[in-house]
Write a protein that binds this ligand. Structure first.
Ligand code: ITT
Ligand code: NA
Length: 217
């Protein structure tokens, strides 16, 4: 059984749409979130820790909101900022910005204790072309320089998704987290139902790639 590692039931609801009925269940495990400028090393390290905890295949989901006009903040600190400032005050900060463009990013990290077939690029970065809001970085670098995690031999496979949008005054009551203040194509994510959000979202894009790989691995 694949375990979807998150404390956030909203993520699981979205993920279930991509994975066969009964093939995945939530592992409510709060893995250590290292400080890093990128989501990939955080997710990769979390996947190794979760796999060692669970002893069965795990998929870690690390996401963040990157606001262009404030250099990609809160990015990897999105969870902390939601808990401390809250989304209404994030909107208050953003409303004073000339440039309210933003992006959600999601990195999925899979670990099952086995190696993976060699591939030229272990991360599918297909939709990262417009990832300017997320800043530079190498998603393949699993761990930062000097990080002892880098030497961890447990293989992890990464999948990424990205969606552009802009920060707006809160609207809608669906979804979770920053959804009410993130508008894509005229609607906030909180105004969309799960299928509609999945069809365009960072998580949906990452899950689509994962599900395809997982089905014929
Ligand atoms: P886990 O780490 O246990 O999975 P979390 O909610 O803290 O739960 P993240 O660190 O990945 O997950 O999320 C960072 C923040 O971004 C957090 O405040 C989430 O509510 C928010 N977030 C993540 N995905 C989101 C989405 O699809 N829509 C809106 N907000 C999202
Ligand atoms: Na988190």
């Amino acid at each position: 059984m694949l375990r979807y590692v998150t404390t956030n039931p909203g993520k699981v609801r979205e993920a279930e749409r991509y994975l066969a009925d009964g093939s995945v269940s939530q592992l409510n495990f709060d893995y250590t979130e290292i400080q890093a400028a990128e989501l990939a090393p955080i997710a990769a390290r979390g996947a190794r820790e979760a796999y060692r905890e669970a002893g069965e295949p795990v998929l870690v989901d690390d996401a963040g909101l990157f606001v262009e006009g404030i250099d990609g903040f809160p990015g990897p600190y999105s969870s902390y900022v939601e808990d401390t400032l809250g989304i209404d005050r994030v909107w208050e900060v953003a409303r004073s910005l000339e440039d309210r463009r933003a992006a959600f990013r999601c990195t999925l990290a899979y670990c099952d204790g086995e190696g993976f077939a060699a591939s030229p690029d272990p991360v599918d970065r297909g939709d990262r072309v417009a990832a300017a809001a997320a800043g530079p970085g190498d998603a393949n670098a699993d761990g930062v320089d000097g990080d002892p995690e880098r030497a961890d031999p447990l293989p992890v496979k990464l999948f990424e998704g990205y969606v552009p949008g802009r920060i707006v005054a809160p609207r809608g009551d669906g979804g979770f987290g920053y959804d009410p203040i993130f508008e894509h194509d005229g609607e906030t994510f909180a105004e969309m139902d799960t299928d509609r959000k999945n069809a365009v979202s960072h998580r949906g894009r990452a899950l689509e790639k994962f599900a395809e790989w997982y089905a014929d691995r």
